[in-house]
Ligand binder design. Structure first.
Ligand code: KG4
Ligand code: ZN
Length: 334
């Protein structure tokens, strides 16, 4: 029996969740997207300030929705890295104060482990071993999971993350921030073969998305005076063509990782795992290769605290509580 509060403030979402005996009782996310939209990306100083404003009400709402009092908690799990220093500090300081004040154990959670094991929150959790594709605004990586917490990074991006590419291309197309959902929506009505954007694959399982972003920039620049007219008629086609290039690279690498490791189970996680073309392509790959595929529920693709509480519970069950000296680690590796 366990009841954990999870807290997540690594980037621009303030989130808290309650997990009881492995089941999510509440998961509250206060998004700052509207605040950062004017700037076309996350402004760290604003993110930190808004976490301070929202952390207490978000935690209170998570407890209220779960109908759990502070007395019922067994532990507090909190993201301590990787992420923006000022953002991480707010969540960790709040969690530490709460844990110290209530005499509760504190469990430090790696944000990437949160994404990696978020698929356990799907109705059918993945059997180990499996290969996971983590695709978010800050990360793009392929991970071999032999067993829980026995995982190995097979490859990762050397420059932009896949979500970052979506956000930057959306900015070029004046689609606002965050750009992934907007591109996904427009692409649904578009022709992915309208323009052939480059599909860059690096050695092993590493990725690079900065060339693709630049190629969209040059494509738009080279349209010259035609740009407005072409985008007027073909915005959906451009979005679909760009999106297809990202999906081809990701799913191609995932397929190769499956072949190299011999697993029969795959998962995708992180904000970009919400992308409809990526989800469809992963299902097609699974059908072709006879693989079992597990995607996190939509609410747990984007940053959330349910995945943090889940990993916290797994760690706590193994007796791993953090010392009071636990600090943030903005570059914490998986
Ligand atoms: O996991 P997440 O919430 O935050 C990070 O840890 O980075 O991921 C956010 C990223 C953003 O780049 C956003 O544009 C992207 O996920 N994203 C999408 C979609 N929904 C969110 N990208 C493509 N298609 C989507 N439907
Ligand atoms: Zn994330």
């Amino acid at each position: 029996m366990s009841c954990l509060l999870g807290i997540e403030t690594s980037c621009d979402d303030t989130a808290a969740a309650v997990l009881r005996d492995g089941a999510v009782q509440s998961s509250i996310v206060s998004s700052q997207h509207d605040i950062h939209a004017d700037y076309g990306g996350v402004v760290p100083e604003l993110a930190s300030r808004n976490h301070q404003r929202y952390i207490a009400p978000v935690v209170q709402q998570a407890l209220a929705e779960a109908e759990v009092s502070l007395d019922a908690l067994d532990a507090v799990a909190v993201t301590h890295g990787p992420g923006l220093p000022g953002s991480l500090l707010v969540g960790l300081s709040y969690a530490k104060a709460l844990a110290a004040g209530r005499g509760l154990p504190l469990v430090g959670v790696n944000h990437l482990a949160g994404h990696l094991y978020s698929t356990d929150l799907a109705p059918e959790p993945p059997q180990r071993p499996y290969v996971a594709l983590i695709v978010s605004g800050g990360h793009t990586m392929l991970v071999h999971v032999a067993d829980t917490f026995t995982h190995r990074v097979l490859g990762q991006t050397r420059d932009d993350a896949a979500g970052e590419a979506f956000d930057k291309v959306a900015q070029l197309l004046d689609l606002g921030y965050p750009g992934g959902p907007a591109i996904d929506t427009h692409a649904a009505a578009g022709d992915p073969s309208f323009h052939d954007f480059p599909r860059t694959r690096l050695d092993a399982f590493d990725f690079s998305f900065s060339g693709l972003k630049t190629s969209v920039l040059y494509y738009l620049r080279d349209l010259g005076a035609e740009r407005a007219a072409v985008l007027d008629a073909h915005l959906a086609d451009v979005c679909a063509s760009f999106q297809q290039a990202v999906v081809d690279v990701l799913v191609g690498a995932l397929a190769d990782a499956v072949a190299a490791t011999g697993v029969s189970t795959i998962t995708i996680a992180g904000g970009v795992a919400a992308n409809s073309a990526l989800r469809a392509a992963v299902h097609t790959l699974a059908a072709q290769r006879g693989l079992s595929v597990h995607l996190p529920p939509m609410d747990y693709c984007m940053d959330n605290a349910a995945m943090i509480a889940h990993v916290g519970a797994l760690r706590w069950a193994r007796g791993t509580a953090a010392p009071a000296t636990l600090d943030i680690d903005p570059r914490l590796a998986l």
